[in-house]
Ligand binder design. Structure first.
Ligand code: HEM
Length: 124
């Protein structure tokens, strides 16, 4: 039986494992590597803060992900195809590592945020 997402260490493992896979993905990898040319040293801690705030309620994240992705969608195609790929990697990462109510909550929240982002991108 796997454990649930319980602390900051679990969030770091989730985010690191997700990005190890996302960066290599043929559909969305290039967005990180070639379009945004992500600075991982600053991006990963932001993502730890984002998911800890979402799932563990520590309020450490301050930022505007919607605006970031609207800007990104002006540089590259961010359609349902890319979002479904992102979600598929995210959910399979969770399922590889964790199980329990927080693990389920993470997947539901990602689904809802992705749907909202896609909607905002379409109406931007
Ligand atoms: C097609 C799907 C997606 C792609 C290709 C994508 C890609 C990116 C990229 C390139 C960045 C900017 C990194 C930088 O700072 O240089 C970013 C930031 C971020 N993404 Fe995504 N993303 C996607 C979907 C999502 C979803 C569904 C979520 C949430 C569930 C999410 C959460 C975030 C957050 C929190 C940030 C940090 C924003 C900040 O700087 O405060 N992304 N994403």
């Amino acid at each position: 039986m796997k454990k649930d997402i319980e602390d900051r260490g679990d969030i770091e493992l989730l985010v690191n494992t997700f990005y190890d896979q996302a960066r290599l993905n043929l559909v969305i990898g290039p967005v990180f590597n070639e379009i945004a040319k992500v600075n991982w040293e600053s991006h990963l801690p932001r993502m730890y803060a984002f998911w800890t705030s979402m799932l563990l309620g520590d309020h450490s994240y301050t930022g505007n992900p919607m605006q970031k992705h609207i800007e990104l969608s002006k540089l590259t195609r961010l359609s349902e195809v890319e979002f479904l790929e992102w979600l598929s990697i995210f959910k399979s990462t969770i399922d590889q590592l964790f199980e329990g109510p927080k693990a389920e909550e993470a997947k539901t929240r990602a689904d809802n945020i992705a749907r909202l982002m896609l909607h905002k991108i379409h109406s931007a």
